[in-house]
Design a protein around this ligand. Structure first.
Ligand SMILES: Cc1ncc(COP(=O)(O)O)c(C=O)c1O
Length: 427
């Protein structure tokens, strides 16, 4: 007779086999393999972690607090809220020009806490269709009505907002609120939210101003804005975005991926009282908080500024090398490779380090293998993480990528694309 675990594992194996058959099984690469490859993939886009700069700053932070205790010992609502954590929250709120900040063990946790707790019954959440899975998970657990609008489409956004207003008296009268959920740099698409235009539409459509803009700055924190303080701060729109999420596991390079949720005291106190992930989980430890402080110290320094400049110039170079390649017009015409950001990447004041390269016929893995043979590591992303038939190679540029490496990756992509000519005729 089968035991319970045998029965369960049989079912799980079948599920995994189906995913494998579709070419969508996710198998993390071994650390040993990655050691040997050049990073065009990780979110450590300023290379704070990889370069060892963060390790040094972290060790200094540890040295200046020799009496530290490793753990936070409790949930935040018990005795887990240590002075070090409070000081860090205060300083980071100041850095991002927010009233206050609240740390979570990860950006994922912060989004779940926020979206499951803060919007109230009768409220609406209108979100870009491509917002992160953690926002979806939070909304699913929450009590507000959720709607999406077409990615980065201001007209679609306006129509949705108008529909919400005309069909709901609470919204029309201003007694209920519409939350608007955006990302600064979209994590799989590498484009950025048209925040100024979206704000304009909201002001026109909801004259009572009963909307709350929120933005997830996971991929822009540390990379853009004064001293790396982010996308919203670049535009000076802090007051228009009462809720901002800054994760620290990407350009900040931290271990643990602590997130700072920038908000006001009422929202923070509500989260402390009602967010299950805060109440029933151990508070962030000193070690995680110290790594975050060390990351912010670098980001706000001259080294941070130099790294940001190098990153921007590397992103520019990569796009330029790819799109000015003599074969690019032909490859584009044939549709061998689609570059969703081709017409938008250089419109704004800065570029996102994420460059999605979408090969035709779901050949993302094939392109990634081609690059890997030349010792470059890139990630592939498959459905359902991205829309069906839009599997992609997600390239992330880094501050410490050399010009030679960048040029080589662009040339390899074009070489691979040219080779596809004969192959596509057979498909
Ligand atoms: C847009 C966005 N938000 C939130 C997160 C979650 O952040 P963390 O890695 O700190 O959990 C991610 C990470 O993938 C992300 O891309």
């Amino acid at each position: 007779m089968n035991s319970g675990i045998d029965t369960l594992c049989h079912k799980l194996e079948q599920t995994l086999a189906r995913r494998r058959e579709k070419g969508r099984l996710m198998v993390p690469p071994s650390p040993a393999k990655l050691d040997d490859l050049i990073d065009f993939s990780s979110n450590d886009s300023l290379d704070l972690s990889t370069s060892g700069a963060l390790t040094k700053a972290f060790m200094n932070e540890i040295k200046t607090h020799p009496a530290f205790t490793v753990g936070s010992t409790s949930s935040r609502i018990l005795d887990g809220t240590k002075q070090y954590l409070l000081d860090l929250e205060r300083d980071i709120a100041k850095f991002h020009r927010a009233e206050t900040a609240m740390f979570f063990n990860s950006g994922f946790d912060a989004n779940v806490a926020l979206w499951s707790t803060i919007p109230q019954p009768g409220d609406f959440i209108l979100h870009d269709e491509y917002v992160h899975a953690s926002i979806h998970d939070g909304m699913r657990r929450g009590r507000a009505t959720t709607l999406s609008f077409k990615h980065n489409d201001c007209q679609a956004f306006g129509s949705c907002l108008e529909k919400i207003r005309t069909e709901n008296s609470g919204i029309a009268e201003g007694s209920q609120v519409v939350f608007i959920a955006l990302e600064s740099f979209y994590s799989m698409d590498g484009d950025s939210a048209p925040v100024v235009e979206l704000l304009e539409v909201a002001h026109k459509t909801l004259p009572r101003k009963n909307f709350i803009f929120s933005i997830d700055e996971a991929h822009s924190n540390g990379i853009v804005g004064p001293n790396g303080s982010g996308f919203v701060s670049h535009y000076g729109l802090e007051e228009q975005f009462p809720i901002r999420l800054q994760t620290c596991g990407k350009a900040l390079g931290s271990t643990g991926g602590i997130a700072a949720l920038l908000c006001n005291e009422t929202i923070k106190f509500t989260l402390l009282n009602y967010a299950r992930g805060v109440i029933f989980s151990t508070a962030p430890s000193f070690v995680s908080a110290a790594a975050v402080r060390a990351g912010y110290d670098i980001v706000g320094s001259k080294e941070g500024e130099d790294r940001r400049k190098r990153l921007q110039s590397n992103v520019y170079r990569f796009y330029h090398q790819l799109t000015s390649h003599p074969d690019w017009p032909q490859i584009k015409r044939k549709g061998t490779i689609y570059l969703p950001t081709e017409h938008t990447w250089n419109l704004g004041p800065f570029q996102s380090p994420i460059v999605p390269v979408v090969p035709r016929y779901d050949l993302a893995d094939d392109l990634a293998k081609y690059l890997e043979q030349a010792k470059y590591w890139v990630n592939t992303v498959h459905y359902p993480i991205v829309p069906d038939k839009m599997d992609r190679v997600r390239i992330v540029l880094h501050a410490d990528n050399t010009q030679q490496q960048i040029d080589h990756v662009a040339v390899l992509i074009m070489q691979w694309a040219k080779k596809q000519g004969g192959r596509q005729a057979q498909l």
